[in-house]
Design a protein around this ligand. Structure first.
Ligand code: FMN
Length: 196
């Protein structure tokens, strides 16, 4: 037996709850930006993934027009910081609807540090950050898909494994589930891809 949910029969809010409790776990892009006036902003976005590998392009989705999107449209730059488990409370705090002129790093007690290639600062305690310039914004329904060309990924050296990529356990990314639920670092099992 299955229950069938048709978006035509449900309110937007009800279907949103279904989508976000079904498509889980979602990694969290902790997006830092600056406004044209230089005010820093940081906010979490869990509708986040890779758009292209070569050239490397990443994307996140703004449901409606929010300050992060506005800043990116103004400056053409953003940074996606990994939202790690030890930082979860500050990630959540940064999702409050602060007014546009509030420095959200200061508002949530978060230390920033300069990025390597772009003006928006990165979250100092985040284990890895992806520095982007705006590729394009695509409007889809009530959302805006923001794509960024990756200029650099910076990884704290202590979370790098021997192969030069982040170790999952040390990176310890938090994830977003449905409702008010968050995922902690899950267990890992290695499986090799089948050879033809
Ligand atoms: C873990 C988490 C994930 C979120 N993911 C999204 C998302 O994918 N898209 C979105 O529009 N809002 C998302 N939100 C809500 C935004 O963070 C919130 O609206 C925030 O105020 C936006 O900040 P800004 O206006 O400074 O950009 C999320 C909130 C949390 C706590």
């Amino acid at each position: 037996m299955r229950t069938v949910f048709d978006p035509a029969d449900l309110s937007t809010g009800r279907f949103y709850r279904l989508l976000t409790a079904t498509i889980v776990p979602r990694p969290i892009a902790w997006v830092s930006t600056v406004s044209a006036d230089g005010v820093a902003n940081v906010a979490p976005y869990s509708f986040f993934t890779v758009a292209s590998t070569s050239p490397p392009v990443v994307q996140f989705t703004s449901v409606g027009r929010k300050d992060s999107l506005r800043n990116i449209e103004e400056t053409g730059e953003f940074v996606i910081n990994v939202a790690s488990v030890p930082l979860m409370d500050q990630v959540n705090a940064s999702s409050a609807a602060f007014s546009h002129d509030v420095d959200e790093f200061a508002a949530v007690g978060l230390r920033s540090e300069p990025s390597e290639r772009v003006r928006p600062p990165r979250v100092a305690r985040s284990p890895a950050s992806i520095e982007c310039v705006l590729h394009r914004v695509i409007e889809v329904g009530d959302c805006f898909v923001v794509m960024g060309d990756v200029l650099a990924i910076t990884v704290r050296t202590d979370v790098l494994a021997g192969d030069g990529a982040p170790d999952f356990g040390l990176l310890a990314p938090a994830s977003r589930l449905g409702r008010a639920e968050w995922g902690l670092t899950p267990q890992v099992r290695e499986i090799e891809r089948p050879a033809l």
